[in-house]
Design a protein around this ligand. Sequence first.
Ligand code: AMP
Ligand code: MG
Length: 420
Amino acid sequence: MTLSAPIPAAACGCDCPELVARLMPVDEALAAGLALAQPVDGREEVCLRAARGRVLAQPVTARSDMPRFDNSGMDGYALRLADLPASSALPVSGVCAAGGGLAALEPGTMMRIYTGAHVPRGADTVVMQEHVERSGDMARIIHLPEAGSNIRRRGEDQRQGDEVLAAGHLLDARKLAICAGAGLGTVSVSRKPKIGLLLTGDEICPAGQDVDGGEIWDVNTPMLTALCEEAGADIAAIRHVPDNPAELHAALAGIADEMDMIVTSGGVSVGDRDHLKPVLTSLGARIAVSGVAMKPGKPVTISRLGGAVIVSLPGNPVSAFVTWHLLGRPILGRLSGLAEAGTPRRLVRTRSRIVHKPGRCEYRPASIVGTDEAGLEIVSCGARTHSARLSPLAQSDGVVLITGDTACVEAGGRLEFLPF
Ligand code: AMP
Ligand code: MG
């Protein structure tokens, strides 16, 4: 079941009550972030082969009826039922194959016909070959179908000029099939939004290099690059910046003009080494979201600087992943021109008891482990959310939402699941 209601506002007493007034519920943060984003200008015409994952910028209309002509849905024999004598046998006068032209049925005969072939003029029914006994040039029908059977009628799927796909759809295999079925070889798609990735942290070292002292491998660059590209963006710049306000200022100012979106990682909390928010303020960024009542991801910040929406994710990889999934990705969807920018959700049951500290709502990685007798999926999740542990995230299929006012969900209790 997919829920259409908005994510309930976290009944947030937060972990620390004084903070509550400063943290925004997730749905408000998403609305405020989306309000900063306009679909990018610019479209391009691409061939269908290159269009997967792109957003359709112009509606698709059918170039002709589909099917274009009455054709056989089966391998069999075409005839006019009224011609059939009591013996149910008729001579076979010819063959109609897919790709051939329109033939005319000689009265008092049948024609051999193959799937997709024009139904010959004068025929009103196709009998499947399994219901026909063939003997030389004669064929006898052993099971009479209803008149009109096994004929795919011209225009029964779509009519010439029908709008078969609206602008704003993400082009996947099924949507591309619609485009091809409408007779299009190319489609008009929105330009890919340009994203600048900005990774902060003195401790960050590119994965693959040797680490020393307090260094750690940079998990977020490959993770966020994959997430952004998966969501149809073009990674136009990647900057690694130490925890230094001047360098952060220069790096942000240096790319803001060229990007539709900047995704930052780390340095957005309130520690002395977290310089992002003061730098955004000094650059004159319009900060719409500064802290969200969610766990993980409390410090997430969303702002706009010039033409770029800046989504600032916490440095912990699990927090960055979850906040991207809930906030960053829908905002990118809006920039890409997607008509539907929400995060899909459905109801599931928890296999075991979930305990939660009331306050912020929590998105806990969970895996689907089965279904109950009514078909509702059953999920399993850890005893708590670890914002820096990668393995529970890697093993999960999505996150469950534990609302802010929840202290405990008993085993078998229902809650929302947001698949990755
Ligand atoms: P921060 O949000 O900068 O306070 O970082 C929170 C935690 O995430 C710290 O333990 C950082 O070392 C870690 N972290 C920050 N950036 C990354 C990254 N790119 N890859 C992996 N861990 C990171
Ligand atoms: Mg940091």
